[in-house]
Design a protein around this ligand. Structure first.
Ligand code: NAD
Ligand code: DAU
Length: 347
């Protein structure tokens, strides 16, 4: 039985990935290691928590001794590393937390893996972001050859961790693979991020904050398509390689928010145009990257992955999920969320 450590499995992508692996690979033993920060939530995993091949471990990847002990005790064969501080705006408010978890935490995991993996079939899969490549102008896309040019404390911390993962491959022969993915959306997305934040605010008839003029462009991928890409790369990816993940789905923020308003008007039985009145242009994010766009040809051509979800129907599915999961939404938007919201948007 493959013993796989998934870090950050209680977060947005991690919980969707665990659900995907549990249903597809009942023979794998999955260990979800998560600190349960504000972004980690065991409610995301209710439907899998009693499966015999799923185990939850609460812990912090920055705690070196704890991580060493854990690897000695469980002797994981594979690691899929997602645990991270993931929100750009928070990285601007508090960079150190991002350096600790995203860089130091990654190094702790790499060291522990290196010490127990002397021989046999192993893989350290590092889940990363397209933000490491920086910001595009109107033309071109990020390929695996694009030079790194991170601009925010978040993307700089992820870029550092990518470099360190590659250094362990070259220096210690640690079997690694890295993927850099575009913006995800879908169920269990924490409502500090644009799409779920807008859904929540539109639902409550509150202002929808759009940074600057809303002209920044993001390339959106349904989270289950990301989980399927990780599955393919985990099983078929070449050791030492990097794969970009994206679905050729670029949207200007303002166009995306207008589409979301339209969907919400229909779902909530509002007069068409009602939700659009909530759009509020606010002070721009410092160092706001203009455009991200992924060229996923390597993943498509070499490993045969293709996204399955169209954007309009994926967005509708996402809206339905948030409207049907009011209790979840109320839980995650109380307490710490309100304090953060006040600091970020109260000005
Ligand atoms: P998330 O913020 O929803 O979840 C992060 C998880 O990591 C949470 O469960 C949190 O509790 C856990 N965590 C944080 N610090 C920890 C620590 N010190 N020790 C143990 N656990 C800790 O993030 P996400 O959106 O699911 O992103 C997951 C990964 O995918 C991240 O590495 C992120 O950089 C990457 N990524 C995200 C996107 C996206 O659009 N969300 C796109 C590309 C790549
Ligand atoms: O590209 C992948 C990255 O996508 C991941 O690595 C990050 O973890 C993830 O958070 C996401 O980063 P972004 O900064 O692109 O996502 P966010 O949802 O925060 O913002 C999307 C766009 O919307 C961006 O241009 C900023 C803008 N925005 C965001 C918020 C929260 C607004 O206009 N208003 C807002 O209130």
């Amino acid at each position: 039985m493959k013993k796989i450590l998934i870090t950050g499995g209680a977060g947005f992508i991690g919980s969707n990935l665990i659900r995907h692996f549990i249903s597809k690979y009942p023979d794998y033993e999955l260990f979800n290691l998560d600190k349960l920060t504000y972004a980690g939530n065991l409610e995301n995993l209710h439907d899998v928590e009693n499966k015999p091949n799923y185990h939850f471990i609460k812990g912090d990847i920055t705690d070196r001794e704890f991580i060493n002990d854990l690897f000695s005790k469980y002797k994981f064969d594979f690691v899929i590393h997602l645990a991270a501080e993931s929100h750009v705006d928070r990285s601007i408010l508090n960079p150190l937390e991002f350096i600790m978890t995203n860089i130091v935490g990654t190094v702790n995991l790499l060291n522990s893996a290196r010490h127990i993996w002397k021989q046999g079939d192993h893989l350290f899969y590092h889940v990363s972001t397209d933000e490491v490549y920086g910001s595009l102008g109107a033309e071109g896309k990020f390929t695996e050859e694009t030079a790194y040019d991170p601009r925010s404390p978040y993307s700089a911390s992820k870029a550092s961790s990518d470099h360190i993962v590659r250094a362990y491959f070259h220096t210690y022969n640690l079997p690694v693979v890295i993927s850099n993915c575009s913006n995800n959306y879908g169920p269990f997305h924490f409502p500090e991020k644009l799409i779920p934040l807008a859904i929540n605010n539109i639902k409550k008839m509150q202002p929808v904050p759009v940074y600057g003029k809303g002209e920044n462009i993001r390339d959106w991928l349904y989270v289950e398509d990301h989980a399927k890409a990780i599955d393919v790369i985990f099983h078929k990816g070449k050791i030492g390689e990097t794969y970009n993940i994206g679905s050729d789905n670029e949207w200007k923020n303002i166009d995306l928010i207008r589409l979301l308003c339209k969907i919400m008007d229909t779902k909530l039985g509002r007069v068409p145009g009602t939700s659009e009145t909530l759009i509020t242009f606010v002070t721009d994010r410092p160092g706001h990257d203009l455009r991200y766009a992924i060229d996923p040809s390597k993943l498509r051509n070499e490993l045969g992955w293709n996204p399955e979800q169209s954007f309009e129907s994926g967005l509708e599915k996402t809206v339905d999920w948030y409207l049907e999961n009011e209790v979840w939404l109320n839980h995650v938007t109380s307490g710490e969320y309100l304090k953060y919201y006040e600091i970020q948007y109260g000005r």
